[in-house]
Write a protein that binds this ligand. Sequence first.
Ligand SMILES: [Ca+2]
Length: 167
Amino acid sequence: MKGTTMTLALAVAAALVCLASAQNITECPDGFEDFGDGTAVGPCLYFVRSKATWSNHRSLCQALGADLAQVTGDLHQDVVDYINDQPADDLADEAFWIGGSDANKEGSWIWVMDDTAIPLGTPHWYPCNGQPNGGTTQNHLSLYSPDFYYHSLEQTKQIFAICQIFE
Ligand SMILES: [Ca+2]
């Protein structure tokens, strides 16, 4: 009897492991776009088409099991291409909160979901007006129209947002 119970427990555990891994690899949840390279699913991004502050949109992302997006590396260009490829009046005239901040220490930009540093300068920051340029009044990170490079903004600004699911 004890052996049967053990076997059943292992079977249940194995089923749960399979279920969890299947959820991770089969597809992005409804509303999330798959920015994978075709060999794997993800990053999964959700474009929030309503305007709110950085903090309110971060809460919304977290309610979806996500966080504000970490748009870096090649993903940055992929996101810019995606925004510009959408139908007219959808996304290309908007600005988007993403998950960067220097609120804790002026000039030291970090990704808030994992505390990793965000290097200044090229290739991600908008180069033409010295971004980030707002000093202590602008401590949160956006992709701003029409270039969608990184721009610092006041966190009370009401704009769209991009959420991302982190494993
Ligand atoms: Ca700042």
